[in-house]
Write a protein of this length. Structure first.
Length: 336
């Protein structure tokens, strides 16, 4: 545990080794007047440490909110210690020297860099594997991007563990650059990949985990109670799949579980979204949790999950697991 500060001292960063999967070092950053933030390394290879809460911009930015609100949210996030912003073909801004910027590569990384007004990004992600392209070609392309100075590292997004391992093996075989982390969906209703599969990869090849959708596309926010409110994400064009999921039988069962989880959140003095985000953060195999917000109140509520994390005792975690009833089983325990 870190000693609590009792003086009005300047904010500073303190590191300690943990020996835990996906968390080589942890750190506490802050002062009595500033929101405490904790930092984890993205992988064994990447030395830049980023806040384990990150801002995801590509869903709400450019679609659900104005440019002015987007800029306000990014500034507020940065002022509260968030230094990793995940983008995809959308404009973002900020002090380049003190931020970790990522973007997914589709067809135009150069054009993306121009819109970002950057010379390079820290991590470029290959979003979904291309089954029609040989893995060697994909690895060579990502290595070329790095060698050209457009990115420092590359990672995968929505790849299976087998595909990540193949990329790593191909990179080693042909003296190319392997991926350093995987972006994976992780929340209370989806656990297998992050809790069982990725820890094995971390211990074998050092690949870290950056997770997205901690609120399951807003389902865990509590706003979908058997209905789809106007102006919610599920009401938007292109999100019929989310609407169908919410109104399905499985969706109704999830809503029933969320009501039980709401009672736990009330006991802890937090909101349901804060409990859900803190629950994701309690997994030390997670390097960073990508957040989404459409207004400043949502963003500050999300950041407040850090204060909930110390309250997640083993008994609380066990109670949450009992309600969810979906804890994946692993033959290996990497915490020992």
């Amino acid at each position: 545990m870190y000693p609590e500060s009792t003086t009005d001292s300047p904010a500073r960063l303190s590191l300690r080794q943990t020996g835990s999967p996906g968390m080589i070092y942890s750190a506490r950053y802050g002062s009595p007047k500033r929101q405490l933030q904790f930092y984890r390394y993205l992988s064994v290879c990447l030395s830049a440490n980023q806040c384990f809460l990150s801002q995801r911009t590509w869903v709400t930015f450019g679609g659900q909110i104005t440019d002015e609100m987007a800029e306000q949210l990014m500034t507020l996030a940065y002022e509260n210690g968030i230094n990793l912003f995940d983008t995809a073909e959308v404009y973002a801004a900020g002090k380049r020297s003190s931020l970790v910027i990522t973007t997914k590569i589709f067809w135009g990384l150069k054009a993306s860099l121009e819109r970002l007004q950057l010379e390079y990004v820290d991590v470029v992600f290959a979003n979904r594997p291309d089954p029609n392209t040989p893995m060697e070609e994909t690895v060579r392309a990502m290595t070329h991007v790095i060698n050209q100075g457009m990115a420092m590292y590359w990672g995968t997004s929505r790849w299976s563990p087998m595909e990540i391992m193949e990329a790593y093996s191909v990179a080693r075989q042909f003296n190319q650059i392997p991926p350093i982390c995987e972006q994976a969906e992780y929340h209370m209703f989806q656990r297998e990949k992050v809790e069982v599969q990725l820890p094995e990869l971390f211990h074998k090849i050092g690949v870290g985990a950056m997770t997205w959708s901690p609120l399951a596309c807003g389902i865990i926010s509590g706003k979908y109670d058997g209905r789809v409110p106007p102006y919610s994400r599920a009401s938007l064009k292109g999100y019929q799949w989310l609407k169908d999921k919410i109104l399905s039988e499985e969706g109704r069962r999830q809503q029933a579980k969320l009501k039980e989880l709401q009672a736990i959140a009330e006991r802890l003095g937090c909101t349901l979204p804060q409990l859900a985000i803190a629950w994701c953060l309690r997994n030390e195999g997670v390097s960073s949790v990508l957040l989404g917000a459409s207004n400043t109140d949502q963003l500050m509520e999300n950041i407040g999950a850090i204060q909930v994390l110390p309250k997640l005792s083993s008994s609380i975690t066990h109670e949450v697991d009992s309600i969810l009833g979906n804890k994946p089983y692993s033959k290996k325990d990497y915490r020992s």
